[in-house]
Design a protein around this ligand. Sequence first.
Ligand SMILES: Nc1ncnc2c1ncn2[C@@H]1O[C@H](COP(=O)(O)OP(=O)(O)OP(=O)(O)O)[C@@H](O)[C@H]1O
Length: 232
Amino acid sequence: MEQLLACRHISKHYHDGENNTQVLNDVSFSVSPGEQVAILGSSGSGKSTLLHILGGLDKPSQGEVEFQGQSLFGMKASELSRLRNRHMGFIYQFHHLLAEFSALENVAMPLLIGGMKESEAITQAKSMLEHVGLQHRLSHKPSELSGGERQRVAIARALVTRPSVVLADEPTGNLDHKTGLQVYNLLKSLSEQLNTSFVVVTHDNALADKMDRVLTLQDGQLSLVREGSELS
Ligand SMILES: Nc1ncnc2c1ncn2[C@@H]1O[C@H](COP(=O)(O)OP(=O)(O)OP(=O)(O)O)[C@@H](O)[C@H]1O
């Protein structure tokens, strides 16, 4: 099957004085269009590092990441920013919404950055906020929203550009279990509707279990836990 996003032989180490920390050691994997992948691993195992490298936000010490066959690290910074804006969505544990802007403005932002006319961006942002059930919270600022609502705004912002892939770093990590599960189910069903690939980093096995494929990161290496649905 055609690969959407692939990382090949990724290694990452940090030099800090005399210390050399090897976080990733020859990691290779790829994501197909529409596929949902979970990456499990204990704290400090390198999950966020891998996700940042996959999204072109951090450079590996060795190895390559390709989006639709195009090397991310061979691109100019402006090309990489454009690719990220058009084809990738990011969701973080602490949402990273802009505090001084409303929910609607936060969701419209990636469209405006991508050059869309303001009236059209607002229309599309409203529609995406309806999708996540927040049509009654358009003018609320992040501080005026609950944790689950903020995370739903972050989902709307990540999906409003109809990206090919969403990279999510512990997207429900700061929510209680029930709200976390609701947010996760919403993210999954929206990804399915839009045929968006989805790579989620988590340490929650129950959430990972809902994905098409589960990988685990340990001692700098990635291994397959499960592929396809498990028989229960
Ligand atoms: N800039 C940096 N300089 C030095 N070491 C770093 C740097 N960034 C990360 N590390 C180290 O790399 C390792 C992996 O960090 P990373 O944040 O990727 O782990 P993680 O699996 O996402 O952890 P968590 O689940 O706790 O968020 C950690 O040991 C961390 O201390």
